[in-house]
Design a binder for this molecule. Structure first.
Ligand code: SF4
Ligand code: SF4
Length: 97
């Protein structure tokens, strides 16, 4: 008679799997990007909506202007979609800006 499979009862019963063990600061996710957000400073009204919505905390504010930390921006385009004045354009990485 076949032995019935034992259901996991806690985390110690789960099989080993791959887990990231470094700080997220060490994973520069910008290298995944196919499109980059480019901010038109003339249109930007500094509302910080892009900062609120960016899932990677890649929008920077230096007290005067908004910019993008391209080391961590993975090019999802959420900031461009949410910007109320359409000040952010998603540009192919292959295009020089
Ligand atoms: S959402 Fe648009 S207008 Fe608002 S801070 Fe960002 S780039 Fe500027
Ligand atoms: S493209 Fe995505 S990851 Fe990059 S700054 Fe905009 S919201 Fe953040």
């Amino acid at each position: 008679m076949a032995e019935s499979k034992k259901e996991p009862r806690g985390w110690r019963d789960l099989p080993f799997a791959a887990l990231p063990y470094k700080l997220s600061l060490e994973y520069k996710t910008g290298s995944w990007r196919a499109f980059k957000p480019v901010i038109d400073q003339g249109k930007c009204v500094k509302c910080m909506t892009c900062w609120v919505f960016c899932p990677d905390f890649a929008i920077l504010w230096d007290g005067e202007k908004i910019s993008v930390n391209y080391d961590y921006c993975k090019g999802c385009g959420i900031c461009a979609h949410e910007c109320p004045v359409k000040a952010i354009e998603m540009v192919p990485e292959t295009k020089k800006v």
